[in-house]
Design a protein around this ligand. Structure first.
Ligand code: ATP
Length: 232
C-alpha cells in the first residue's frame, strides 16, 4: 500500500464551530474514496483544507510524503491535487475545448491534452460549442475535464452528480471508473447509489469528525452510520 495523502489532527473552526475537528485520515494511491455525511458535517471544509482554499488552523497535511499544510493552493495544483467544486470555474463565452486548454495550461501540450481529455469524458463531439450554451450535465463534465487536463495525482470532486439525470449519473459512474485507472479519487457524494457502486472505501463524517470508515458493505451495515446518516 502506498499512502498518497494523510491528514493528522486536521482542524478548522468557523466562529465557535469546529467544522473539521482533529481529523486523522489516510488515502491510498489508486483508490476511489467517498466522503459522506449529513449536511454541515464538514466535508467541503475538509477537502478545502486539502486543496488550500481554506487555511489550516492546526494539524497537518502530508501529500506524497511532503508536508503541504501551509503550501499555497496553486502550488498544490502543481503537485497534482486537482479539484472541481462548481461550474463557476467555467468561462461561458469560451468553447469547451478552450476551457479545457486553459485549465491544462501549465502542461505545455494544451491542445493535445484537451483533445485527449475531451475524448475520455465523451465531449469531443461538442468541443467547439460555447461552454455557456451546454446543458447542465455537460457543463459538469467540462469541469471534470478541466480537472483531468492537469493530469492530477489526486482528483477531488465535490458533489459531482448533483443535478444530473439518471442517465448522466450512469455515464458519470463509468467515466470515474475509467479515470480511476490512472488517478486517485476523493469524492464528496450524497447519492448513495453512486457511493456504493464506485467507492472502494467510504469515510463518514459527522460534526467535523470521522464517524466510521470502511468498505461499502461495512458502512452499509454500520449501526452508528445508519442512525446518523442513512436514516434507516
Ligand atoms: P454539505 O453536505 O451541506 O455541503 P458539509 O459536510 O460539506 O455540508 P461544510 O460545508 O464543510 O459541511 O460545513 C461544516 C460547518 O462549517 C457548518 O456548520 C458550516 O456552517 C460551517 N462553515 C463552513 N464554511 C464556513 C465559512 N466559510 N464561514 C462560516 N462557517 C462555515
Amino acid at each position: 500500500m502506498t499512502v498518497l495523502l494523510e491528514t493528522r489532527k486536521l482542524t478548522r473552526s468557523f466562529g465557535g464551530i469546529r467544522a473539521v475537528d482533529g481529523v486523522d485520515f489516510t488515502l491510498e494511491a489508486g483508490e476511489i474514496r467517498a466522503l459522506i455525511g449529513p449536511n454541515g458535517a464538514g466535508k467541503t471544509t475538509f477537502v478545502s483544507l486539502i486543496c488550500g482554499r481554506v487555511p489550516v488552523e492546526s494539524g497537518s497535511i502530508i501529500f506524497e510524503g511532503r508536508d503541504i499544510t501551509h503550501l499555497p493552493a496553486h502550488k498544490r495544483v502543481r503537485l497534482g491535487i486537482a479539484y472541481t467544486f462548481q461550474i463557476t470555474s467555467i468561462f461561458p463565452n469560451l468553447t469547451v475545448r478552450e476551457n479545457v486548454e486553459l485549465a491544462g495550461m501549465r502542461e505545455g501540450h494544451e491542445a493535445q491534452i484537451a483533445l485527449d481529455v475531451l475524448t475520455r469524458v465523451g465531449l469531443a463531439h461538442i468541443a467547439e460549442q460555447k461552454a455557456g450554451d451546454l446543458a447542465y450535465g455537460h457543463q459538469r463534465l467540462v469541469e471534470i475535464a478541466m480537472g483531468l487536463a492537469l493530469n492530477p495525482r489526486l482528483l477531488i470532486l465535490d458533489e459531482p452528480t448533483q443535478g444530473l439525470s439518471t442517465a448522466e449519473v450512469e455515464a458519470f459512474i463509468s467515466l470515474i471508473r475509467q479515470v480511476a485507472k490512472s488517478t486517485t479519487i476523493l469524492l464528496i457524494e450524497h447519492n448513495m447509489q453512486v457511493v456504493m457502486e464506485l467507492a472502494h472505501r467510504i469515510t463518514v463524517m459527522e460534526r467535523g469528525r470521522i464517524l466510521a470508515e470502511g468498505t461499502p458493505e461495512e458502512i452499509r451495515s454500520n449501526q452508528a452510520v445508519q442512525q446518523a446518516y442513512l436514516g434507516a
